[in-house]
Ligand binder design. Structure first.
Ligand code: PLP
Length: 835
């Protein structure tokens, strides 16, 4: 780094350390890739527009079992381990659950030694950084690449041309299938940056996989000089800035032009790379379908099926039918949501302008598909209209994916069932074997071993350390749930983790006034209070408004009866970003901060209740909050959260869940056992469905019937919590969203008031249990012990077995030894002072 040790700042020290570590990791990385090439195994290529890996350095050290030695060396050199590691930026290349899932999957693929590569985009700016200005979300760019990022490797040899727009010229292949040349198109150069993904293994033989991220930033050829000369600077630069920014929408699609270009860039560059690699190890494309599996993380990379059809028929002279068979065999698709506003659709004009050849192929796929429907279901044009890929000028990407891939999976048992029974009912009827479930999981390395070393040691002392890579073993913890020593020890650890979060916030919490000036607020968490955590993206279906209304009810109870002493202390911890254009979600953030201001400054209340909104929720924040959490809020409207993964992280860290029977909560309840899952509440999917079909839900009735609910809802517009007119306006809008309809929207569409009564009563049960700490600990240990199924290793094994048909492929020891000895020899070679 060009610095001696006592000159180096923590950041420089961190960079130097990473460079030293990555040199050693490269040995295993090379050996892993050579092993896959040599064995010519079937490979899995995971395509995802988003990854949320979190900081790499600490996790890498954990995964090679080097934490103790590194800590020791840093101490010896007078450096603080945690401070050095927190110099690393947290790459926010995703929005939330979907991106985090992709990263958990890469960790599991590497740890379980599967032959795989993850492809994505190297956004110059990841998800925005959230600041709170007088309680309002403000978005700032996330410049994670400001300093050189030591975990990425620029691969100048790996770059590809991606073509947009232009005029297609119709020709034919030798099978007389229509194929297209292209004239006058834009060509964009996509350049690869690789990040090593290190599998957990305490021996020196660990596997390292590649996460390959494409950028358009680094090629001068991407600049449109002719357009610039014509005076259109914005158009001239468009292809340079293509990978600049992540779209900050979670569970919501907007159909923007640049987004379509981003999605196709990922597809085209990755496919070219996959084919290049295939042709190095195989003479031709005839065995492509034996060797390649491509998983599409949601429909964002759905064009992969179209582009594969195009390349096979055009460049490799496959007949349409051969190409179709290969495409289906090689590809599969994961659905992440049934929220209508999140299902991707592209306007026909937009897509055919940017991708004219691909549009022609989509039309042909659809023509054949509609004929197939007509043949199988004669005289059922209604069915054709429901199932067609192109309808009303829009291309439905989920429909395309289901038709063109061999497998579609949902992400929890409930979600998959709903896919088959509602959203894609017709498709499930036509292709019953294509649908399957793979419940999401999280990696116990980052989400337990790395972020909660105290609890990890507690577990290993009792059941050994096999759980780290074989999480099924965690069920052995059950027998310690009733053991008083284990309960006491668990409570002690939880308190230490709460204390760590308290210290972290005392040092790092930031709030701004309405002009953005940093204001000093001391957030001092109450260590005796129940840490009640609602942290995830802010979305109406996730119902932060439901927990906020409950909080308001508690506030009024204490205000009314300040002498009451039988209540437990509670600390409500919120965190989460709202999409910048999601007005109601931003109002919810504002409301929570208004409530926090009122409660934290009320002398009669502030000792009993505390409310904290932790700004800029990301993986690093989650790693701090999860180990300290005691109650996990998983309270989405039943049927709307596809799986959830935050729920699993909390449980693994010993929090109890207050939750609806939604997403993976249902399966978690079953494996933990109803007896140890005491805080289930709310309307079931069936009940919600029924209220929707017979339009029997009336939020106004509930509001009128229950005075304590009415008082809480009224407080949204009687200025109890708002100080200014603008705040009053924001909170009043929330009031209206609960009780009034607006165009295209019913009152309280997410059934918040419907579930509030049950939620309130269930929160009373929480308080009763929390009063008996040993009992609480017994429940918590049972919850940890029930998480065996929710390791992402488990999910990956299921994908590998049932969808990809791939098997683990350990690093070849000879190859590894060869690279090691070469490295050692070269490492000793010096030019200066050589004799
Ligand atoms: C796990 C995680 C999520 C997903 O949380 P849900 O509660 O499942 O929505 C989102 N963001 C981050 C940073 C996470 O770590």
């Amino acid at each position: 780094m060009g610095r001696v040790i006592n000159e180096a700042s923590d950041k420089e020290y961190y960079q130097a350390f990473c460079f030293a570590l990555r040199e050693e990791i490269m040995i295993n990385w090379l050996a892993t890739m050579q092993t896959f090439a040599k064995q010519n195994t079937r490979m899995l290529y995971y395509l995802s527009m988003e990854y949320l890996p979190g900081r790499f350095t600490g996790n890498n050290i954990t995964n090679i079992g080097a934490t103790d030695i590194v800590r020791k060396v840093m101490r010896h050199m007078g450096r603080d381990f945690d401070r050095v590691l927190s110099s690393e930026p947290d790459p926010g290349l995703g929005n939330g659950g979907l991106g985090r899932l992709a990263s958990c999957f890469l960790d599991s693929l590497a740890t379980q030694q599967y032959p795989a590569v993850g492809y994505g985009l190297r956004y110059q700016y990841g998800i925005f950084e959230q600041e709170l200005w007088d309680g309002i979300q403000l978005e700032r760019p996330d410049p994670w690449l400001l300093d050189e990022y030591p975990w990425e490797f620029r691969r100048d040899q790996r770059s590809y041309n991606v073509k947009f727009c232009g005029r297609p010229i119709r020709t034919a292949n030798t099978h007389s299938d229509e194929v297209y040349d292209i004239e006058d198109c834009e060509e964009v150069r996509a350049l690869a940056y690789d990040i090593p993904i290190i599998g957990y293994d305490c021996t020196p033989d660990f596997s390292v996989l590649t996460m390959r991220l494409w950028t358009t930033k680094e090629s001068p050829r991407n600049f449109g000089l002719q357009r610039y000369n014509a005076g259109h600077l914005d158009q001239a630069a468009e292809n340079i800035i293509l990978t600049d920014v992540l779209y900050p929408n979670d569970n919501h699609e907007t159909g923007k032009r640049i987004r379509l270009k981003q999605e196709f860039l990922l597809v085209s560059a990755s496919l070219q790379d996959i084919m290049r690699r295939h042709l190095i190890q195989n003479p031709d494309m005839s065995n492509f379908k034996e060797k390649i599996r491509i998983q599409s993380n949601d429909t964002h990379p759905a064009l992969v099926v179209v582009e594969l059809m195009r390349i096979l028929t055009k460049d490799y002279d496959f007949s349409w039918n051969q190409a179709w068979e290969t495409t289906q065999a090689c590809t599969s698709y994961t659905n992440h949501t049934i929220l209508a506003e999140a299902l991707e659709e592209w306007n026909v004009h937009r897509l055919s302008y940017i991708l004219p050849r691909q549009y022609n192929i989509i039309e042909r796929i659809n023509l054949k598909f509609c004929n197939k429907i007509r043949k199988q279901y004669p005289n059922d044009e209604d069915r054709v209209r429901r199932m067609t890929i192109i309808n009303d000028g829009q291309i439905k990407m989920a429909n395309l994916s289901i038709v063109a891939t061999h497998c579609i999976n949902g992400v929890s048992a409930l979600h998959t069932e709903l896919l088959q029974k509602t959203t894609f009912k017709d498709f499930a009827e036509m292709y019953p074997t294509k649908f399957t479930n793979v419940t999401n999981g999280v990696t116990p390395r980052r989400w337990l071993l790395h972020c909660n070393p105290r609890l990890s040691q507690f577990i290993s002392e009792r059941i050994g350390d096999q759980w780290i890579t074989n999480f099924d073993q965690i069920d052995q913890l059950q027998k310690f749930a009733s053991d008083p020593d284990s309960q006491r020890e668990f409570l002690k650890i939880k308190r230490q983790n709460k204390e760590a979060l308290r210290r972290y916030l005392l040092e790092n919490y930031q709030e701004h006034d309405f002009k953005g000036k940093l204001i000093k607020v001391k957030i001092d968490l109450h260590l005796d209070a129940l840490f009640d955590c609602h942290i995830k993206r802010i979305h109406e279906y996730k119902r932060q408004l439901l927990s906020a209304l409950h909080l308001i009810m508690l506030y009024f109870e204490i205000v009314d009866n300040p002498q009451e002493t039988t209540r437990i202390q509670r600390t409500f911890i919120y965190a989460g970003k709202a999409a910048p254009g999601y007005h109601i979600a931003k109002n919810i953030i504002r409301l929570i901060n208004c409530i926090a201001r009122t409660i934290n400054n009320d002398p009669d209340v502030k000792e009993k209740l505390q409310v904290v909104f932790i700004p800029n929720y990301n993986v690093s924040k989650a790693e701090f909050i999860m180990p300290a959490a005691e109650l996990s809020e998983q309270i989405s409207t039943a049927g709307l959260e596809a799986s959830g993964t935050g729920n699993m992280k909390f449980s693994m860290n010993g929090a109890l869940t207050i939750g609806t029977d939604d997403g993976a909560n249902v399966e978690m309840r079953k494996t933990v056992g109803d007896q140890w899952w005491p805080f289930l509440f709310g309307a079931s999917v069936q009940e919600i469905e029924q209220m929707q079909t017979n339009q029997s839900y009336n939020a106004w009735d509930i509001y009128s019937k229950y005075p304590h609910i009415r008082r809480a809802v009224d407080s949204l517009r009687d200025r109890t919590f708002s100080k200014y007119d603008a705040e009053h306006q924001a909170l009043t809008e929330l009031y209206h969203s609960l009780l009034e309809s607006s165009p295209g929207r019913l009152p309280d569409p997410y059934f918040i008031l419907q579930d509030l009564i049950d939620y309130y009563e269930t929160q009373k049960k929480v308080e009763e249990l929390y009063k008996i700490p040993e009992k609480w600990a017994e429940y918590a240990i049972h919850n940890i012990a029930g998480m065996g199924q929710f390791s992402s290793d488990n999910s990956i094994h299921k994908y590998a077995r049932e969808i990809w048909d791939i098997t683990p492929c350990a690093v070849n020891k000879e190859l590894l030894e060869h690279i090691r000895s070469e490295f050692r020899a070269h490492d000793q070679c010096r030019i200066i002072g050589h004799h």
